[in-house]
Design a protein around this ligand. Structure first.
Ligand SMILES: NC(=O)c1ccc[n+]([C@@H]2O[C@H](COP(=O)([O-])OP(=O)(O)OC[C@H]3O[C@@H](n4cnc5c(N)ncnc54)[C@H](OP(=O)(O)O)[C@@H]3O)[C@@H](O)[C@H]2O)c1
Length: 242
């Protein structure tokens, strides 16, 4: 499969979970993939063995780390064709329990890092480029205990619309993939009670798999979606759709 043949791709948070599945799928479609992670390749030895995936240790919330990532891609490739911003965190806190730390940590990674990583990346992007942000159906629904997380993902949906408009004259498309509950470490951290409750709310009767989200990201990253920008592609087994 060669839907991303010779495309230089950067997946921020591209080693574990959904981001790891995206990196693997992109590599299998012919892309040269740069995948960042706080831990580097050690967390996913499978990825380290894939020739077209280059893992870089970098904390997405650290500007110095990000600058190093962009410098490396600039000197090795001179361009980015596809940017995926996947790094994100989710923590439970009812309104009465929201601490400043929880708020700053969640907005700091899910929104602030996403904004500044995307701002830096566009200097390396050209007409035909594609940006795919990872949102969540939590941005559209009011899941108890996930108010701050949901607000960060609503912000991601909003940036998608604005940046699609701003970058259209440059020939760069911007879209968002919004997963529902997906079986990753993030979801494993939730209690069994929360996992069961979530599964019972999904019309297809189960959580999603990271590779199912990666397939949606691939569509929006590839030329198959050449007339799609500013859009949200929801991958949630119908949870927030019916
Ligand atoms: N799983 C779900 O049910 C679900 C549903 C809707 C949306 N999402 C969204 O999908 C995205 C991926 O989630 P996931 O479920 O795959 O979560 P995960 O298994 O916890 O993985 C989180 C990813 O973010 C990276 N990351 C976290 N903090 C980082 C940082 N400071 N710098 C760089 N990378 C960082 C992690 O890499 P390292 O730990 O290696 O740094 C990892 O790749 C997130 O944006 C999440 O909000 C997930």
């Amino acid at each position: 499969m060669t839907r991303l043949a010779n495309k230089v791709s950067l997946v921020i948070g591209g080693v574990g979970g959904i981001g790891g599945a995206v990196s693997q799928r992109f590599a299998s479609e012919g892309a040269q993939v740069y995948a960042t992670s706080r831990k580097g390749a050690e967390s996913q030895p499978d990825l380290a063995g894939m020739g077209s995936i280059h893992t870089i240790q970098a904390d997405a919330s650290n500007n110095i780390d990000l600058q190093r990532v962009f410098e490396e891609i600039r000197s090795e490739q001179g361009r980015i064709d596809v940017l995926v911003v996947n790094a994100g965190l989710s923590e439970y806190a009812l309104l009465g329990d929201i601490s400043e730390d929880h708020f700053d940590r969640t907005f700091g990674l899910n929104v602030r890092s996403l904004v500044f990583a995307t701002r830096e990346a566009i200097d390396l992007m050209q007409p035909g480029g594609a940006i795919v942000l990872i949102g969540s159906i939590a941005g559209d629904i009011g899941t108890k205990g996930y108010g701050v997380y949901g607000a960060t993902k609503a912000a991601v949906r909003s940036f998608t619309r604005t940046w699609a408009n701003e970058l259209a004259p440059k020939g760069i498309r911007v879209n968002v993939v919004s997963p529902g509950p997906t079986d990753t470490a993030m979801m494993a951290a939730a209690s069994q009670e929360i996992r069961d409750a979530l599964s019972s709310m999904i019309p297809l009767g189960r959580m999603g798999r990271p590779d199912e989200v990666a397939a949606a990201v691939l569509f929006l990253a590839s030329d198959e979606s050449s007339f799609t920008t500013g859009a949200e592609l929801v991958v949630d087994g119908g949870m927030a759709q019916v």
